[in-house]
Design a protein around this ligand. Structure first.
Ligand code: PLP
Length: 351
């Protein structure tokens, strides 16, 4: 089975497992797990922020950030297809009492004018009927957008608009490591200017568990309170933190291979009848394509039967993600299998 569902499915390598087995541990809730502390320090340093806190998931780091930045009744701004808005089980409302105002991004990328348009000027004739807007969230790379990388100039424009409007800023950088490798620009440049930054170790970096939330020392101290409140104290977390630390030191540069494999997949898919894909749109490790001859659910079922595991997205969309456990040869084999599925489907669609 060639598993292209997500970069989260990659398994720890033997060297990573060795680092985890040898990790010194303490108790994360008492703040004395040396491997967790080392991971937090290294993450903060790489991102160019004062401090960071390790948590079990990226959903938790995002939601703790929202909780720490806002109060119930506030509104936050993010792209209409942001992970925070549509893939976190309604957590902004359920956990923090927030409403999400969706901005009309292009493949997940909005700009300063979208932020300004969502924050009209007040006037003494107008009562305060809108919820107070507190926070702008940027997702880089953008998952549903197709692994899109934010141009730094657009990012800086959004940060400047947020500053003018008195809004705080959060970066959902689950795949910020991919953005850094794709652009060749240091990860700290993508993370700078934000009040908080969430990053995942369990996606492309290939660690088994966890994410971190970075920001000022004061912000991170506050975030630790909500990490505990949301049930995120995880005791001998050093075992998994050691895997994340290993990934930070050894698996960032190799993300370029995943990006090359994603381009290889898209180029191959473009030649398959019944598949619509724009290889130019593939910026990192996510390939999103559409089917003209077969429904997405039927397609992913048949591909699964043929030994390629992918996820449907809507009625005719499909997502494939490259990662540590997928080689260029696997991509070629996956393409053969997908072409076989489509060759069988084409006559059916025609009849
Ligand atoms: C995966 C992901 C997260 C967090 O995911 P968890 O599965 O909760 O670790 C957050 N944001 C984006 C953009 C993601 O792709």
């Amino acid at each position: 089975m060639i598993d292209l569902r997500s970069d989260t499915v990659s398994r720890p390598t033997p060297a990573m497992r060795a680092a985890m087995a040898a990790a010194p541990v303490g108790d994360d809730v008492y703040g004395d797990d040396p491997s967790v502390l080392a991971l937090e320090a290294r993450t903060a340093e790489l991102l160019g922020h004062e401090a960071a806190v390790y948590m079990p998931s990226g959903t938790m780091t995002n939601q703790v950030a929202l909780r720490a930045h806002t109060e119930a009744g506030d509104q936050i701004l993010c792209d209409a297809c942001a992970h925070i808005a549509v893939l976190e089980r309604g957590a902004p409302a359920a956990l923090s009492g927030l409403t999400v105002r969706a901005l009309p991004g292009r493949n997940g990328v909005f700009d300063a004018s979208d932020v300004r348009a969502a924050c009209p000027p007040s006037h003494r004739f107008l009562p305060q009927i809108q919820p107070p807007t507190r926070l702008v969230c940027v997702e880089n790379t953008h998952n549903i957008g197709g692994g899109t990388v934010w141009p730094l100039a657009t990012l800086k424009g959004v940060l400047a608009a947020a500053r003018d409007l008195g809004l705080r800023t959060h970066l959902d950088g689950a795949r910020i490591w991919n953005a850094a490798v794709a652009t060749g620009i240091d990860v700290a440049a993508h993370a700078s200017g934000f009040d908080s930054v969430s990053v995942c170790f369990s996606k492309g970096l290939g660690a088994p568990v966890g994410s971190a939330l970075a920001g000022s020392a004061a912000f991170v101290a506050r975030a630790r309170r909500f990490k505990a409140l949301f049930g995120g104290g995880f005791r001998q977390a050093g075992i998994v933190a050691a895997g994340a630390l290993y990934a930070l030191d050894h698996h960032r540069q190799r993300l370029a291979e995943d990006h090359a494999n994603a381009r290889r997949l898209a180029a191959g898919l473009a030649a398959v009848p019944g598949v619509e894909v724009d290889p130019e749109a593939v910026a990192t490790n996510i390939v999103r394509f559409r089917l003209s001859a077969l429904g997405a659910n039927a397609f992913v079922e048949r591909c699964y039967g043929a030994g390629v595991h992918m996820l449907p997205s809507g009625t005719s969309g499909v997502r494939a993600v490259t990662h540590l456990d997928v080689s260029a040869a696997d991509i070629d084999l996956a393409l053969e299998r997908i072409a076989g599925v489509m060759a069988e489907a084409e006559p059916e669609a025609a009849s």
